[in-house]
Write a protein that binds this ligand. Structure first.
Ligand SMILES: Nc1ncnc2c1ncn2[C@@H]1O[C@H](COP(=O)(O)OP(=O)(O)OP(=O)(O)O)[C@@H](O)[C@H]1O
Ligand SMILES: O=C(O)[C@H](O)CO
Length: 523
């Protein structure tokens, strides 16, 4: 994420509104190009979870300025407000907090990705930057999302500030995705390098974020509630931007203000599962053995208020509202899209086929076989919040344009050395799926984008596709299957039709995983 130096101003556009002409709502859905609408809805999703709007929704000062309200809780302010933060979106969150809290803020320390201030400055995103003489100290580190010496220095400064607080103080903690790598404080004798190696090995062997962060918590002074313990007896309010499916506060950034419920057995199971138990460094074994005999048991965090202030579901809800304003029948399918990218692509292909047929033939038992395949695949994917039945019912009722929205984080098993990201790979695969299925007399478009504005190590946020993709590509001499076999989706989209299918937003300053938009418009 840190490598991108360009942020386009398009995300600052006003929210979409239906046009009012002579009192009548002009249904833009019938006129505006689908691709442009898709881009705008994606931007509206991201706009709902930008640091400024999020912080303003979560925090308010009473008119006298003596009380800080966080949701339904009030905190007395008397030169006792401190701030720490860590994560990819925390620079903008801290800037918004500083703007809102003004001189009430006594001191702060944040840990953010390397190069992020320069990137935001370069893009003219002043609202993502702290004021020139800010009381918040900024550390940049964790290049490539890996803990490093700079991030360690930041973590120690954060710990020092937390430990200096008293029972009269209030600590505001800003947390977003990428926070784990930006807050490394291994328990001695574990070294930073040992922690780095173990994390890399677990990730490379396919450990999911829950497993990875369980291990990180066991080896860290600040994760798994450690930061909250360091700040005790001060009150702690954590404002959390979720980048994990289901918004589990104990997993996001490894839950530094949430008491850990895992024990050493959980860690050993995970290390066993990935064949890492036998080769553990002595230091790691020592720390795990010590934790096992910890007479205090799990620590509580009664002095902490953890609040999710931004999530994928929130972003999708805003895009849904805007789609409805454009005249679409809009349904959120799921904010927990997880699984192999190939299966997810097949899911969207089948969904477009079933929905397309129902939309144009009004149900009537059409595409029963595909509907069954779709249900089976949905069951296999085990998406906890999937609203498939509701979405298909809405399609039958619609008799007009439909927008199905979803979000989450599919997985790509990297096989080739190509350039791409999970959104571009998903879009490309969905393009192929759409091309090989009968969809009926309906225009279909699928867009997939990373809400942080950077999909994998590319400068694009994602891409959009239509059913004609594979045939148009072939006419240009591009073989989609070859690009896919090398995970080379970005190279494909750069070549295909001069790159017009790429979604470019630049770094957005937020991150709530990915958004998927499927449009069906009867011709
Ligand atoms: N060539 C490629 N093709 C497809 N996916 C890729 C490719 N290279 C990397 N990826 C995927 O990109 C992801 C890493 O990129 P990125 O930094 O955007 O994701 P992330 O670490 O989950 O961070 P964030 O949550 O901020 O998006 C991984 O899921 C990885 O599998
Ligand atoms: O930092 C982390 O642990 C991941 O981004 C999940 O929040």
């Amino acid at each position: 994420m840190a490598a991108v130096l360009q942020v386009l101003p398009c995300l600052a556009r006003a929210p979409l509104r239906p046009l009012l002409l002579g009192g009548a709502v002009v249904r833009l859905a019938s006129g505006m190009a689908l691709a442009e609408q898709a881009r705008q809805l994606f931007e509206s999703a991201v706009g709902a979870v930008l640091p400024g709007p999020m912080l303003h929704r979560a925090l308010s000062l009473d008119p006298g300025g003596g009380q800080l309200k966080v949701r339904d809780r009030s905190f007395q302010l008397r030169q006792n407000l401190y701030l720490v933060g860590f994560g990819k979106a925390v620079l903008g969150m801290a800037a918004a907090a500083e703007e809102l809290l003004g001189q009430h803020l006594v001191q702060g320390v944040i840990s953010v990705p390397k190069g992020i201030r320069a990137a935001m400055e370069h893009a003219g995103k002043q609202e993502m930057l702290l004021k020139p003489h800010s009381c918040v100290q900024v550390f940049e580190g964790a290049e490539d999302n890996l803990p490093d010496r700079d991030a360690l220095r930041a973590a120690l400064a954060i710990r020092q500030l937390a430990e200096s607080l008293t029972a009269d103080d209030l600590l505001l903690v800003l947390i977003s995705g990428g926070g784990s790598a930006l807050l490394p404080a291994p328990i001695p004798p574990v070294t930073l390098e040992e922690k780095q190696t173990l994390t890399k090995l677990l990730a490379a062997r396919g450990a999911n974020i829950q497993e990875l962060n369980t291990i990180r918590k066991a080896l860290s002074q600040l994760k798994g509630g450690g930061l909250a313990r360091a700040a005790y007896p001060a009150q702690v309010v954590s404002l959390i931007l979720s980048d994990v499916v289901g918004d589990p506060v104990e997993v996001i950034a490894s839950g530094p203000t949430v008491a850990s419920v895992h024990n050493v057995q959980d860690c050993l199971h995970i290390l066993n599962r990935y064949g890492l138990r036998a080769a553990l460094p002595r230091s790691v074994k020592t720390v795990l053995a010590r934790a096992d005999s910890d007479p205090h048991g799990p620590h509580t965090c009664g002095h902490v208020l953890n609040v999710i202030i931004g999530s994928n579901a929130l972003a999708l809800a805003e895009a849904q509202r805007q789609a409805e304003a454009l005249g679409y029948q809009a349904v959120v399918l799921s904010a927990a899209m997880q699984g192999d990218v190939e299966s997810i692509a097949r899911f969207y292909g089948l969904l477009a086929q079933v929905a397309g047929t129902r939309l144009t033939l009004a149900g009537a038992g059409a595409s029963a076989e595909e509907a069954e395949q779709l249900r089976e695949l949905a069951a296999e994917l085990q998406l906890p919040d999937l609203q498939l039945k509701e979405a298909l019912e809405a399609v039958v009722r619609a008799r007009g344009p439909v927008c199905l929205l979803a979000g989450g984080e599919p997985t790509v098993q990297l096989q080739g050395s190509g350039k791409g990201g999970r959104n571009q790979e998903l879009a490309l695969r969905v393009g192929v799926e759409l091309g090989r299925r009968p969809l009926g007399p309906v225009d279909v478009l699928f867009l997939s984008g990373g809400t942080d504005g950077q999909d994998g190590p590319t400068e694009a946020a994602g891409a959009w596709v239509m059913p004609e993709l594979a045939s148009q590509a072939a006419a240009e001499g591009l073989d989609v299957a070859t690009f896919l076999s090398h995970n080379d989706s970005h190279t494909f989209f750069r070549c295909f039709r001069g790159g017009v299918h790429l979604l470019h937003t630049g770094l957005t300053g937020t991150n709530v995983m990915d958004a998927h938009l499927l449009f069906l418009r009867p011709r």
